[in-house]
Design a binder for this molecule. Structure first.
Ligand code: TXA
Ligand code: MG
Length: 346
């Protein structure tokens, strides 16, 4: 039976955090909020507990996990040969949505890192995640707390839907702030390389690093060169049609036409869009979910996964979304939408 602990997201009650921390120490599975999305945590050094994460999610063993630490001073518990740059990035961006790929310490089980000789580490900034790390004193391995391949959870109710019957504790700290996952930055090569765009933007990293490479694309299951960067991921149940085109009014017109056509065939169509776009669909019997004002892409990021889940709950057959561009969080949004899509219209 799952135990749900409702905590204050800014000042989590120590007595409740203590219950979750003890569960982690006992090798149990604890879902908790981070500033990005909810994580499904277990003691990173307890191989049996980590194995339970993979089982609960239905996640293949070749997809490595992120290890969460309470402070940069814990970095040496997970990694070796830590470059100077890692310490400087830690100072600039931690606690926060940046995950660093470093050489792994032998004590970290191979199951956590999918047999790689590298490990992913981050210090989350959410008060609930931080207090859980501090109270338990252990490194927490935690992927996003969703069934494998589905959208990441940004609310406790999402975790409940996906994993409620498979985990021990759910710490409910309300809605997460950023809404998309951390940026994964590989520091083991000659140039720092973004493996997954996320909560820290490319612009922020470039301002700091000067040069940063971005490994785009993904690969089919099992054969990826960047493990876990699966092409098909973050998907709603409905078909997701992703419209990539620069001429905004032309693409909106095409979307409206396509929506009308699909509906005439009896399909239920969902539109996931900024308020300014949604205007153009008024009068049509489409299902809509607002990503907020078009000038605020961070708001779109915060609402993206909740929007996919909400439209799924309304049993739409397809969801139409337009490319947000690549500025700021746009790059991460585009990445998730591309991976979530069943069809891309260029
Ligand atoms: O914001 C986040 O990062 C959330 C919260 C819970 O911290 N976690 C998360 O975990 O998104 P997950 O498991 O859904 O995604 C982890 C990503 C995967 O894309 C995986 O391939 C990559 O990190 N990763 C982990 N270890 C790696 C490694 N050693 N080398 C390359 N990529 C790695
Ligand atoms: Mg995930």
């Amino acid at each position: 039976m799952i135990r749900v602990l409702k905590v204050d997201s800014l000042q989590p009650e120590p007595a409740l955090i203590c219950i979750a921390a003890e569960a982690l120490q006992q090798g149990k599975l604890v879902a908790f909020p981070t500033e990005t999305v909810y994580g499904l945590g277990a003691n990173a050094l307890n191989e049996d507990a980590v194995a339970r994460i993979f089982k609960a999610k239905g996640r293949p063993n070749y997809d490595p996990l992120i290890v969460h630490a309470a402070s940069p001073s814990w970095l040496e518990r997970a990694a070796v040969e830590i470059p100077e740059l890692a310490w400087r990035l830690a100072e600039a961006f931690w606690p926060g949505p940046l995950t660093l790929i470093l050489k792994k310490r032998p004590e970290i089980p191979d199951l956590v890192t999918a047999d790689l000789d590298t490990v992913a580490v981050r210090v989350p900034s959410h008060p609930v995640a931080l207090s859980l790390l501090q109270a338990s004193g252990i490194l927490i391995a935690a992927p996003s707390a969703n069934r494998f391949g589905r959208t990441s959870p940004t609310r406790a109710s999402h975790v409940m839907t996906d994993l409620g019957d498979r985990i021990d504790v759910l710490v409910d700290g309300g809605e997460t702030d950023i809404g998309i996952e951390s940026t994964v930055l590989d520091l083991t090569g000659s140039t720092p390389t973004i493996l997954r765009p996320g909560g820290v933007t490319r612009e922020q990293l470039m301002a700091y690093l000067g040069e940063v490479a971005h490994q785009t694309g993904g690969s089919k299951e099992g054969s990826q060169n960047s493990p876990g960067m699966l092409l098909q991921h973050y998907s709603p149940r409905a078909e997701l049609v992703f419209w990539i085109q620069t001429d905004k009014s032309a693409v909106l017109k095409m979307m409206r036409q396509a929506a009308e056509e699909e509906m005439s065939r009896g399909k239920r169509v969902g539109i996931l869009a900024v308020d300014q776009d949604l205007h153009l669909f008024s009068g049509l019997p489409v299902h809509t979910f607002s990503l907020g004002d078009e000038t605020n892409l961070w708001q779109a990021a915060r609402r993206l996964y909740a929007g996919m889940r909400s439209l799924d709950e309304q049993h739409v057959d397809m969801i139409f979304v337009r490319d947000p561009g690549e500025n700021g969080p746009g790059l991460a949004l585009r990445d998730r939408l591309q991976r979530a899509s069943t069809k891309i219209v260029r």
